[in-house]
Design a protein around this ligand. Structure first.
Ligand code: GDP
Ligand code: IMO
Ligand code: MG
Length: 493
């Protein structure tokens, strides 16, 4: 570990200066999720007053380590919570009230009982057990082509909302009669599906009636009431007061329903423009975007992943079958040491390389615990993600994972049907499986950079690696993650 004293405040000072001109910052993921958005948001949050989630729901899992080393995984509540900043759950969020209340309790425990002000939008779609049933049905009907969702009802929540038959958070305060009426429309629409599911033994027990669902939702009202707000108005007022706001993206561009790898996507707008869609703030409020990119991208669930090292299913199974390698410190250390030697002797297969990085990065989903499949750095994908998200800066997380690797294959181009694609050009998702990546071998470095917190302490070849990457993607890498802690970060001027 290369660590210098008092560099945390130094990083903070640089960031303060860099971020000062930008009152409203949008932070989004550039790959297929789990880039480390939580850690980066937690870091830059010191320079903002309000955090706002604008899309997704409990499918997100954002990990933050507090300064006393406690782990906080936020799903629905923005992770500015860990810094005690005001939290707004914008209208674009999809809300499971039970999970929201559970997360509140959990966060209280981790943060010592005191929570900042949290606002929950009165017009966000609200989860019911029917959403869970519909999701199970959709995956069942897809069979082998299933999306591999997180099982949090996200597709049905967004889809039924767009069909204009969704109950909304604030409607649970209308009284039982009116609520049952609203739920009846949804129930009537879905009943033929539920009957079919029942006939196929896909539902055990009885199908909840509108009255059952209303009772379930009504039970939440006393606990939920203090949080309910018109968040669009709350944000408008914050904007009038010139408060500094950070818009927290969930998922990532590859999972955006319009610009990701449809249909293997989530259902919301996780691209930067989603911040406007999901908050109701005018476009001119969004000053600047920071895109978080994972040095070695990962994917859970199904769908195209051109730079993937190994087969998805095998990679996910590997984690399940070898859990000891992830949980037993000694086993892990021995495995990594042996495998690194093999990799550097150029004797490791791509499957073995994938296994090395999966174990090293503990690549297990923060929401579902499923194994994540790992890919090589993918410059054509990043160029596309930059084109759509328009970030001023990148935050490159997990750079420490390359420590000790002598040479790393990097995808520098895509070929489709024998033709090289132009920078920023992306094939349709159904053609993406046919993409042939063009590789270059980039030299790595031997030093362990875990925990490095200033640029001058990085090995020369690590700096050269960053500059080479920056040149390819044409965007400044402002932050470089070197570990999971708040202070494991390099700020590049
Ligand atoms: P998110 O969904 O984008 O917020 O990311 P997750 O929290 O699901 O997953 C990111 C994981 O990477 C978490 O376990 C983080 O603690 C960890 N992490 C974030 N940045 C770094 C980094 O720079 N280096 C290392 N080694 N781990 C990191
Ligand atoms: P964060 O915010 C990684 C993936 C699922 C599945 C697809 C659709 O932590 O980066 P859904 O349940 O949303 O309908 O599933 O999207 N997925 C994520 N993968 N990180 C996430 O969130 C994800 N949210 C959804 O695995 O492939
Ligand atoms: Mg995550």
């Amino acid at each position: 570990m290369i660590k210098s004293s008092a560099k945390t405040s130094n990083a903070g000072k640089i960031l303060k200066k860099v971020l000062a001109p930008y009152r409203n910052l949008v932070v989004v993921g550039g790959n297929w999720g789990d880039e480390g958005k939580g850690k980066i948001i937690d870091l830059v949050m010191a320079h903002y007053e309000v955090t706002v989630r604008f899309s997704g729901g409990a499918n997100a899992g954002h990990t933050v380590f507090t300064s006393d080393g406690q782990k906080l995984v936020s799903h629905l509540i923005p992770c500015g919570l860990a810094q005690g900043k005001e939290c707004v759950m914008g209208r674009g969020e999809l809300v499971d009230l039970r999970l929201f209340l559970e997360e509140l309790e959990q966060s209280k425990k981790v943060l010592g009982g005191k929570l900042p002000k949290i606002y929950l939008d009165q017009m966000s779609p609200v989860w019911t057990p029917w959403h869970g049933l519909l999701e199970a049905w959709l995956e069942y009907v897809r069979g082998k082509g299933k999306v591999g969702t997180t099982g949090k009802g996200i597709g049905p929540l967004e889809g039924l909302y767009k069909l204009r038959i969704s109950p909304l958070v604030g409607q649970i305060f209308l009284g039982k009669k009116e609520l049952v009426g609203i739920l009846e429309l949804l129930h009537k629409t879905l009943l033929p599906v539920f009957k079919d599911m029942k006939a196929k033994n896909l539902i055990s027990g009885s199908i909840p009636t509108p009255t059952d669902v209303a009772d379930m939702l009504l039970a939440f009202t006393p606990k939920i009431k203090p949080f309910i707000a018109d968040t669009s108005f709350v944000l408008h007022q914050a904007s009038k007061k010139h408060q500094r706001m950070l818009f927290e993206g969930a998922q990532a561009l590859g999972l955006d329903s319009h610009f990701g790898t449809y249909p293997f996507v989530s259902s919301g707008n996780s691209a930067a423009f989603g911040a406007a869609v999901g908050t109701g703030l005018p476009m001119q409020n969004f000053d600047v975007t920071l895109m978080v990119v994972k040095t070695l991208p990962t994917r859970v669930g199904a769908g195209p992943f051109p730079s993937e090292m190994w087969q998805r299913q095998e990679a996910m199974e590997f984690v399940k079958k070898n859990i000891g390698l992830f949980t037993d410190k000694q086993k892990k250390a021995e495995f990594l040491q042996e495998r690194l030697q093999k990799i550097n002797a150029q004797k490791a297969s791509n499957a073995e390389l994938s296994q090395y990085f999966q174990v090293l990065g503990d690549e297990r989903g923060a929401t579902t615990g499923r194994g994540r499949s790992v890919g090589f750095i993918d410059i054509p994908w990043l160029t596309y993600a930059i084109r759509v998200n328009g970030p001023k800066w990148l935050a490159l997380t997990r750079f420490d994972m390359l420590s000790g690797i002598k040479k790393l294959p990097v995808v520098v181009g895509y070929k489709l049907n024998g033709k090289k694609l132009l920078p920023g050009q992306l094939p349709t998702p159904w053609d993406m499986e046919k993409v042939v990546p063009v590789f270059e071998q980039w030299p790595g470095w031997s030093e362990n950079i875990y925990g490095t917190d200033n640029e001058s302490s990085l090995p020369k070849s690590a700096k050269a690696f960053l500059q080479r990457l920056e040149k390819h993607v044409g965007t400044h890498i402002l932050l470089v993650g070197t570990g999971s802690g708040r202070e494991d970060i390099v700020v590049r001027q």
